[in-house]
Write a protein that binds this ligand. Structure first.
Ligand code: FES
Length: 81
């Protein structure tokens, strides 16, 4: 499964780099590297309150401080499907 993280300027200012680091760390910890592919994306046209993260057709807005919860609640569950 592919998880796209926006690295456009607006999302960058909101902490996309921290989110990428957090997701990478958790992927290793949870041994999900084979199932989940992280990739960067240009602006998704959804600049909003958080960093845009796209999984399938869904775009989520994630704050760096919520990245760990988001990983556990959304990415881990999606990867287990
Ligand atoms: S910069 Fe991320 S959605 Fe626009």
């Amino acid at each position: 499964m592919k998880v796209q993280i926006c690295i456009g300027s607006s999302c960058h200012l909101r902490g996309s780099e921290t989110i990428v680091k957090t997701f990478n760390r958790l992927l290793k910890e949870e041994k999900l590297e084979a199932q989940v592919e992280l990739c960067g994306s240009f602006c998704m046209g959804a600049c909003s309150k958080g960093v845009s993260v796209k999984i399938g057709e869904n775009i989520y807005h994630v704050k760096p401080e919520d990245a760990e919860d988001f990983f556990r609640e959304v990415i881990r569950k999606e990867a287990a499907r």
